[in-house]
Design a protein around this ligand. Structure first.
Ligand code: HEC
Ligand code: HEC
Length: 229
């Protein structure tokens, strides 16, 4: 019995030292590059856009928060309610379009040591550095209701983005987790000019001014605080 326990301990030690040496770049190239663009540039034609299987990751280090990446890669949950291309995953229902869940596949998950290594490799991908200004966002004090007025009534963002599970448009990523996922400096830059990051993105440039951009980022923070409760 004692011997078996020793053996198990020895095997676990070997296992963890192999995992400890997980090579994030090698995992990205072997397991992720079929679906994700790791080198840039972003799709510049409709054909390239249609062949995109997952979000571009060549500027991951300028876009995502590392803590979120590391956790999500171990337990991926859906961010775009209808996948990459809305039209591929909706069917007509009694109350308008419904998501055809059977056509959506689960994202591959990583174990903790691999996720840690892959997160480090992703955070080193710093595409489009010239579009980022460090410290571009400073927190304001907005109320949830004025944030929603801006996001829905004034700017029409709700048509494509969910502000809570099951409420909002289905063609873009949910925004109630945006504050956990996305760096504020990236949000400032993307909201100012989405097409500088992703020339073919199906998101209109609403020409938000600096005050609106700050309010929208404040709003995302308030939304994520609400969802976390
Ligand atoms: C079969 C295609 C496929 C493979 C393989 C794949 N992904 Fe993804 N990935 C996707 C899709 C599709 C999404 C969008 C998921 C969503 O919105 O719910 C996604 C989302 C992501 C996101 C979140 C990005 C964002 O902006 O929402 C990260 C990070 C990510 N993948 C990393 C990885 C890593 C690391 C690997 C390799 C270990 C990998 N993916 C393998 C298709 C894939
Ligand atoms: C016509 C639909 C549409 C409208 C209207 C729209 N968006 Fe988007 N938005 C998108 C799509 C599509 C994406 C990118 C999808 C992707 O990365 O796969 C996106 C991406 C985003 C992202 C990045 C999210 C992420 O997780 O990567 C933010 C933030 C965002 N939009 C905010 C807004 C705001 C604020 C407004 C209103 C001013 C708005 N959107 C209006 C469709 C829309």
């Amino acid at each position: 019995m004692r011997l078996i326990k020793l053996w198990i301990a020895a095997i676990m030690l070997v296992g963890s030292s192999i995992a400890g040496a997980a090579d994030g770049v090698a995992i990205l190239n072997a397991q992720c590059s079929d679906c994700h663009n790791l080198t840039g540039p972003a799709p510049a034609t409709l054909q390239e856009l249609w062949s995109r299987k997952g979000p571009d990751l060549f500027y991951a280090g300028n876009k995502y928060k590392a803590a979120w990446l590391e956790a999500w890669l171990q337990k991926p949950v859906r961010i775009r309610p209808a996948g990459m291309f809305f039209a591929d995953h909706v069917k007509p229902g009694a109350d308008g379009d419904e998501i055809d869940a059977a056509t959506l596949t689960a994202h591959p998950a990583l174990f903790a040591p691999e996720s840690n290594a892959v997160t480090a490799a992703l955070m080193a991908l710093k595409g489009n550095p010239d579009l980022i200004t460090g410290g571009a966002y400073t927190q304001g004090n907005l109320s949830l209701s004025s944030g929603e007025m801006l996001f829905d009534k004034f700017k029409g963002c709700l048509a494509c983005h969910e502000i809570e599970p099951g409420y909002g448009g289905l063609s873009g990523p949910e925004v109630f987790t945006a504050a956990q996922r996305l760096q504020e400096d990236w949000l400032v830059s993307f909201l100012r000019n989405p097409h500088a990051w992703d020339p073919m993105v199906f998101m209109p440039n609403k020409h938000l001014n600096d005050a609106d951009i700050r309010k929208i980022i404040d709003y995302f923070r308030l939304l994520s605080e609400e969802v976390a409760q």
